[in-house]
Design a protein around this ligand. Structure first.
Ligand code: SF4
Ligand code: SF4
Length: 70
């Protein structure tokens, strides 16, 4: 089992970066919009991810439900 981020659904909120217990979510890009909103382009590092499933199982974890089983 592995997990990945569906970039078409991802809101780029960055919440997953702070929530993963293994720090497996890495930020590939960080953009600050003119209104101050910060957008994070994230992905799950398969070498760090332990497939614990927390990010997938809890609906509150990702507001966009963009984390999927790979
Ligand atoms: S928590 Fe979900 S919507 Fe937010 S950056 Fe992570 S994958 Fe994207
Ligand atoms: S499955 Fe677990 S270790 Fe992997 S990205 Fe999700 S919360 Fe992090």
């Amino acid at each position: 089992m592995a997990y990945k981020i569906n970039t078409k659904k991802c809101l780029k909120c960055g919440l997953c970066v702070t929530q993963c217990p293994e720090e497996a979510v890495v930020v590939d890009d960080k953009v600050t919009e003119s209104d101050g909103l910060v957008l994070y382009t994230t992905r799950i590092d398969p070498d760090k991810c332990t497939d614990c499933g927390v990010c997938f199982s809890h609906e509150w974890w990702c507001p966009a439900k963009a984390i999927v089983k790979a």
